[in-house]
Write a protein that binds this ligand. Structure first.
Ligand SMILES: Nc1ncnc2c1ncn2[C@@H]1O[C@H](COP(=O)(O)OP(=O)(O)OP(=O)(O)O)[C@@H](O)[C@H]1O
Length: 295
């Protein structure tokens, strides 16, 4: 195991931002930390990257109790750049914190800039860079010392679709070489690059596992009913209807109490309703995600 986190908590005064969080990351695994705003993602990543001291709990990195900064690459949510520096100057400046020799740093900086597609912009000032270029430069900086774990805080959230695609593509390449833990509040972004997700809500893990197991999670059957008649009053009067959502005055998504599927259909027929549609709704990954989040 590359990283094991046990019962990690962080309190800001009386406010518990992260509560007894437990997670594991294997070598070369790509994991998305998924959660709405304020769920504790940044606080967690800052603790794992050594920027923030936990209130309690344990972080075990490669079997040791101290985090070796050399083994971790970190891209914060809002990286600070000096706009007057050029891309290559920035990498050389940031790389001084690593143990690379001057020559190694020179070679590595050039290699990383070409890896993130900034070769041609390497002598340009960062002040003129787009958001996507800045994020790619931030990635180059985080990878400069060949870390074993790359921690990225919302790496694509602030980017336009092209910038998003570029960064996700770079992450696809990087995950062949190292483990990645990145935060996002967008399920679709998680789906693009990783196989594992950890869902956070109000500072606790709501669910953790592979995307495939989330997809296969058995979730309550929902029926789609569409008729010529207005539905609301009719649905309300049926005691076997557990929940419903009107998608139009004549269409609804309905959850039923057990074994009442036939009753719903029978009732429609007995009432001489004109059925346009009656089917089981196909659940998407998003539905499974929402069900877990709302539990
Ligand atoms: N320095 C701080 N002092 C006090 N409270 C804080 C501090 N930093 C974060 N919090 C609170 O802790 C909770 C978790 O915040 P955190 O930034 O970790 O969440 P997040 O999931 O990263 O959110 P976002 O997606 O908005 O970045 C929030 O309720 C936030 O208001």
């Amino acid at each position: 195991m590359l990283l094991t986190v046990e019962k990690l908590s962080k309190k800001y005064k009386e406010h518990v931002a992260v509560k007894e969080l437990t997670l594991n990351i294997e070598h070369n695994q790509c994991v998305a930390l998924l959660g709405p705003n304020g769920s504790g993602k940044t606080t967690t990543l800052n603790m794992l990257s050594g920027l923030l001291t936990p209130t309690s709990g344990k972080i075990v990195f490669q079997g040791g109790t101290t985090i070796n900064r050399q083994d971790i690459g970190f891209l914060p949510q809002y990286p600070a750049f000096f706009s007057w520096m050029t891309a290559i100057e920035y990498l050389q400046f940031a790389g001084k914190l690593s143990n690379l020799s001057k020559r190694e740093l020179q070679n590595k900086s050039n290699e990383m800039l070409s890896f993130v597609g900034l070769e041609e912009a390497k002598n340009k000032r960062i002040g003129g860079f787009s958001g996507g270029m800045k994020q790619r430069l931030g990635l180059a900086q985080a990878m400069l010392h060949d870390p074993k774990l790359l921690i990225l805080d919302e790496p694509v959230s602030a980017l336009d679709p092209t910038g998003r695609r570029d960064v996700l593509n770079i992450m696809m390449e990087l995950k062949k070489k190292m483990a990645i833990l990145f935060s996002t509040h967008v399920l679709h972004d998680a789906e693009q690059v990783c196989d594992h997700i950890i869902m956070l809500k109000e500072g606790t893990v709501k669910w953790a596992g592979s995307l495939d197991s989330l997809r296969k999670r058995k979730i309550e059957e929902t029926f789609i009913l569409s008729t010529e008649e207005k539905l609301e009053d009719w649905i309300k009067s049926k005691e076997y209807v557990k929940e419903y959502l009107l998608t139009s005055p004549t269409s609804a998504e309905i959850k039923l109490h057990e074994a009442s599927r036939n009753r719903l259909l029978e009732d429609c027929i007995t009432n001489h309703m004109t059925i346009n549609r009656f089917e089981v709704k196909n659940h998407t990954l998003e539905d499974a995600y929402m069900e877990v989040v709302n539990q």
